[in-house]
Design a binder for this molecule. Structure first.
Ligand code: S3P
Length: 447
C-alpha cells in the first residue's frame, strides 16, 4: 500500500529479515522524468512519456508546467501525453507555482521562467524554503532576468523574465540542477550560452536536448567540461519516450540485498548512465556482488538489468573529490552498507550534503548514533569503522525521503525493532518503496 494513500500512516516499524528475494521493475528515474516533462513542454508537438516517475517531486513538475499552460494528459497505462508548446507558447501562471519538496523542479524550471516575458512566483515546502538558490539567481540575472528572493537566496522566488542573452558561466558548485537551469534558459536567450563544469555531473539534460534535435557543442579537457547551445532553436517533441528505472532508488534495494542473508534481488530496466553509477562501483569495491546484464542504449541513455546477492563487505573506502558529485544522492544508503564493512569507510568533500532535503550528514550521524553505531562527523563528511552491530531504535526521517529509506534498510539488520518516524517522506521519490520491500520478504509495519 502506498503510504501516501492513507495520510494517517507516517511511521514504519521494521525488524531484521531473513533475506530478500524477487525481480522488480522500478518507476522511471526522477532526474530524467523532470527533464522529460520540461523538455517535452518546450518542444513543439505531442510527446508520450512512459514509465514517468511516480515520485511526488515529479508530480510537482507536471503541476507547475500545467499552470504555465502546458496540457498534460494521463493515460490508463500510467503514461503522460504532453502537448509541447514551444518557447513562445507558455502562458502566465495565475498563481504562485509550488515545487513542494523538489529542488530539481524549482531550480530547473526557473531556467524556463527566466525566459518568459512576465513575472512568475515559485515557492516550495518548509525544507525547500531553506535551500540555497543564489546558485541559480546569479547566472539567470547575468542573462538578463531579475529575481527577488527571501534574504536574496531562498524561496519563494519572483522571477521577472524575458529578453535573455547568452552567457559563458563557470559553475562555482558542481550541480546538474544549476547546469540544466542555465541550459534551459539558454534555449530562450539570444546568442550562445556556455556552461563550464569543473567536475562532471549527470548529463541527462544534454542527452535529452540532443534527442529533440538541439545542436549542443561539448568540449572536454583534463580540467573541465564545457557545454554550449544557441538560443532560438526549435525543439522537436520527445515523441514516444520510455524513462529508464531509477538507479538512485535501486541503490536502496541493492544495499538491502547485499547486507541481508540469504538474498537475491533483480531490478530490471535500470538507467546506468555512467554519471550516476559510482554507487555500483563503490559497492563492488566493497566486495558487493552487483551484477549488470542485458545492457542496451535507449534514447541515448544506457540501461541494464541489475542483480545483487548477499555479500561479505570488506575494504578501506575513502570517498572524496570529484566522485562525490556522482554519488551525492546515494551517500545515505552507502552509510548503512558502511556499518557492515570489514574496514573503514570515510566520506569527505561532501559539504553539499548539508543543503539537501535535510542536513544529510547530521541526519545520518544522528540516526546511526541512535542505533548504537560509533560514527565520526566532519564538516564535509563522516567516518565509520565497521563492522558494527545495529540496535533497533526510534529514528527520524527528518522529512527526507532518502533518510527514510536508508534507515528502513538499516532496520533490516538491527537487533529488535526500528521505528522510522516520518517514513511517508519516501513517497517524495519512491511511493512504492515499502511495498517492494514487503514483497521481497521484509516485514513492514505501518502506523
Ligand atoms: C539532480 C541533481 C543533484 C541531485 C538531485 C537531482 C538532478 O542535485 O542531488 O537529487 O536531477 O539534476 P544538485 O544539482 O544540487 O547536485
Amino acid at each position: 500500500m502506498n503510504p501516501l494513500a492513507d495520510p494517517g500512516i507516517s511511521s514504519v516499524r521494521i525488524r531484521a529479515c531473513h533475506g530478500l528475494k524477487g525481480d522488480f521493475r522500478l518507476p522511471g528515474d526522477k532526474s530524467i522524468s523532470h527533464r522529460a516533462a520540461m523538455i517535452a513542454s518546450i518542444g513543439i508537438g505531442a510527446s508520450r512519456i512512459y514509465n514517468y516517475s511516480t515520485a511526488r517531486d515529479c508530480q510537482n513538475t507536471i503541476e507547475c508546467l500545467t499552470m504555465l499552460g502546458v496540457p498534460f494528459r494521463r493515460g490508463d497505462d500510467g503514461s503522460f501525453t504532453v502537448e509541447g508548446v514551444g518557447t513562445d507558447g507558455f502562458r502566465q501562471a495565475n498563481a504562485c507555482l509550488d515545487a513542494g519538496n523538489s529542488g530539481s523542479t524549482l531550480r530547473m524550471i526557473s531556467g524556463i521562467l527566466a525566459g518568459l516575458p512576465y513575472c512568475t512566483e515559485i515557492q516550495g515546502d518548509e525544507s525547500l524554503a531553506r535551500r540555497p538558490m543564489r546558485r541559480i539567481i546569479d547566472p539567470l540575472e547575468a542573462m538578463g532576468a531579475r529575481i527577488e528572493a527571501r534574504d536574496e537566496n531562498f524561496p519563494p522566488l519572483r522571477i521577472f523574465g524575458g529578453n535573455l542573452h547568452g552567457i559563458e558561466y563557470a559553475l562555482p558548485v558542481a550541480s546538474a540542477q544549476v547546469k540544466s537551469c542555465v541550459l534551459l534558459a539558454g534555449l530562450f536567450a539570444a546568442g550562445r550560452t556556455t556552461v563550464i563544469e569543473p567536475t562532471p555531473t549527470r548529463n541527462h539534460t544534454e542527452l535529452m536536448l540532443r534527442e529533440c534535435g538541439v545542436e549542443l557543442m561539448t568540449e572536454k579537457t583534463a580540467e573541465q567540461m564545457s557545454i554550449s547551445l544557441t538560443g532560438g532553436q526549435c525543439l522537436r517533441p520527445l515523441g514516444e519516450y520510455t524513462v529508464a528505472g531509477d538507479v538512485s532508488s535501486a541503490a536502496f534495494f541493492l544495499v538491502a540485498a547485499l547486507i541481508t542473508d540469504p538474498s537475491d534481488m533483480a531490478l530490471k530496466h535500470i538507467g546506468i548512465n555512467t554519471s550516476r553509477t559510482a554507487v555500483i562501483d563503490v559497492l563492488r569495491q566493497m566486495g558487493g556482488q552487483v551484477l549488470t546484464g542485458n545492457q542496451r542504449v535507449v534514447h541515448g541513455e544506457q540501461v541494464a538489468d541489475l542483480g545483487a546477492t548477499s555479500s561479505r563487505l570488506e575494504g578501506e573506502i575513502e570517498l572524496s573529490g570529484p566522485i562525490i558529485a556522482n554519488l551525492i544522492d546515494e551517500i545515505p544508503i552507502l552509510s548503512i552498507a558502511a556499518t557492515q564493512l570489514h574496514g573503514t569507510f570515510t566520506v569527505r568533500d561532501a559539504h553539499e550534503l548539508r543543503v539537501k532535503e535535510s542536513d544529510r550528514i547530521r541526519s545520518i550521524v544522528d540516526n546511526l548514533s541512535r542505533m548504537g553505531v560509533d560514527v565520526d562527523e566532519y564538516e564535509d563528511g563522516f567516518r565509520i569503522e565497521g563492522p558494527q552491530k545495529l540496535h533497533g531504535a526510534r529514528v527520524d526521517s527528518y522529512g527526507d525521503h532518502r533518510i527514510a529509506m536508508a534507515f528502513t534498510v538499516a532496520g533490516l539488520i538491527a537487533e529488535g525493532e526500528t521505528e522510522i518516524v516520518g517514513a511517508d517522506a519516501a513517497a517524495v521519490s519512491l511511493p512504492e518503496f515499502f511495498d517492494i520491500l514487503s514483497e521481497s520478504g521484509a516485514t513492514v509495519g505501518r502506523h
